[in-house]
Every structure is written in structure tokens, then in C-alpha cells.
Design a protein around this ligand. Structure first.
Ligand code: F6R
Length: 246
């Protein structure tokens, strides 16, 4: 199944489209199991979901969420932790139950167990209905960097040099960027029943083009999405600018 590509004018339009898909999915299935991403790209989508909750009564009371990843060594209250990000961008402003939100524990004393329990919790929820993704300039999804096995599961991953550089903008210095994360595996992500991937800006154009038009290869992790039965890329014109050139 080729990846469906929906090209919108700019960031605002991709954010609103993604939020509409998520909102419709929640209205169709109030106990939706929703996979979530962090990073700069989904912020506009979360803002729109908060607006829909406040103005249109979008009800999160039975929604269950699983986040893709978390930095190892950062506490849930650290401003750069992904748990803190989710609280600040979405969870604190909608009526989701805290116990229904799952972000891997970056301060675990047994990471193997944490990863197994995370996978177990997804299974117990009967799998992820709709997974929201971003894409790294390396083509990564979650922290599955080039070379990660397509059948990988939730595990501890070393962050690549390129991704450390890409993420330094969120920290005071490069030394503060954590070197390890807990990340859902590519195999875990591929089991979601529906996937939407958001990309904005020219910096993502190469990764998008290789993922959509290039060969399916572990060197471009998002290229595996070509084999997913229900995957849509919602991208702006800048991120789509290299699509034909591959
Ligand atoms: C975040 C995640 C990452 C980001 C990707 C793009 O939970 O899993 O794969 O989606 O690094 O990040 P931004 O959106 O900041 O460009």
C-alpha cells in the first residue's frame, strides 16, 4: 500500500487537518487508543485539540494515550522531558485521566522491565488505534535511527549524533542533551491500525521524499511505512518540495 500524501499550504493547515482526524477518531470511538509524538511539529495539532475540547466539548475522558519516547535521566517535571511536554501542550488542558496517559519512565531503575511493561500496557489496551508521528531529518520515527531493525520493540536507544544536533535547540548546550532514550520500536509502531505522520518545513523534504518514493530500507526508518495498510503523511508544501525528485 503506497503512503497516502496530503499536501497542505503551511504548518497551520497540517496541524488543523491532523487535529480533525484525531477528533473524528475520538468521536467515533470515545475510548480511542491514541499514540502521540513530541517535538516541535505536533504542537499546533495539540493546540487545536485543546481548542476543540474547550469550544466544541471534544471529550478525552475515556481516551488512552501512549507516547513514543522519553529521555533517560530526565524527571517528569524536567522542562525538556517528554512527560512535561505532554502535560504542558495537551494533557493539562483536556479532560484526559492521568492514569490513561502512558509516557515511558525515564528514571526507571530497571529499563528492561519498563520497556516490557510499556509493550504489555499497549497489548492490554488492545493495541494503538491511531498513531501520530513526526519524522527526523535522518528519516527516524520515534528514536528509531537509520539501521534500526524494522522489527524492533520498545527499548533503550542511543541517540544519533545528528539527532543530538537537531535537538540541541531545546537545551542550553549540547552537553545537556540526553544521549539515551526509551523509544517505541519500529515494529511496535507498525502495529498501530492507522498512522498519520506530520512534517513541516524544507528541512524535512529529503527525509519525506526518501520515505515516500525511495526503497524500503532500514537506512531510512520511515520508509517501512510504505508497507503499512493505512498510513497518511500530512505535510506542508516546503516538506513536500523534493517529492518528485527521487
Ligand atoms: C518525538 C519523536 C521524534 C520526532 C522527530 C521530529 O516524540 O519521536 O521522532 O517526531 O524527531 O521532531 P520535530 O517535530 O521537533 O522536528
Amino acid at each position: 500500500m503506497p503512503i497516502e500524501v496530503s499536501i497542505k499550504k503551511g504548518y497551520d493547515e497540517i496541524s488543523k487537518r491532523a487535529a480533525k482526524i484525531i477528533a473524528d477518531a475520538i468521536r467515533n470511538k470515545p475510548n480511542l487508543v491514541l499514540g502521540l509524538a513530541t517535538g516541535s511539529t505536533p504542537i499546533g495539532c495539540y493546540r487545536e485539540l485543546v481548542r476543540m475540547h474547550k469550544e466544541e466539548g471534544l471529550d478525552f475522558s475515556r481516551v488512552v494515550t501512549f507516547n513514543l519516547d522519553e529521555y533517560i535521566g530526565l524527571s517528569p517535571t524536567h522542562p525538556q522531558s517528554y512527560r512535561y511536554f505532554m502535560d504542558q501542550k495537551l494533557f493539562n488542558y483536556v479532560n484526559i485521566k492521568r492514569e490513561n496517559t502512558h509516557v515511558p519512565n525515564g528514571l526507571s531503575d530497571d529499563f528492561q522491565k519498563t520497556c516490557e511493561e510499556f509493550e504489555e500496557a499497549i497489548k492490554k489496551s488492545e493495541g494503538i488505534d491511531l498513531q501520530l508521528l513526526g519524522i527526523g531529518t535522518t528519516g527516524h520515527i520515534a528514536f528509531n535511527e537509520p539501521g534500526s531493525p524494522f522489527d524492533s520493540r520498545t527499548r533503550v536507544v542511543n541517540v544519533s549524533e545528528q539527532t543530538i544536533k537537531d535537538n540541541v535547540r531545546f537545551f542550553k548546550s549540547i552537553d545537556e542533551v540526553p544521549r539515551q532514550v526509551i523509544s517505541m520500536g519500529t515494529g511496535t509502531i507498525m502495529e498501530a491500525r492507522e498512522i498519520i505522520l506530520l512534517a513541516s518545513g524544507a528541512g524535512k523534504a529529503d527525509a519525506v521524499a526518501k520515505s515516500v518514493n525511495g526503497p524500503v530500507t532500514e537506512e531510512v526508518p520511515a520508509s517501512i511505512l510504505q508497507t503499512h495498510p493505512n498510513c497518511t503523511f500530512i505535510i506542508d508544501e516546503a516538506a513536500a518540495s523534493k517529492l518528485e525528485s527521487i
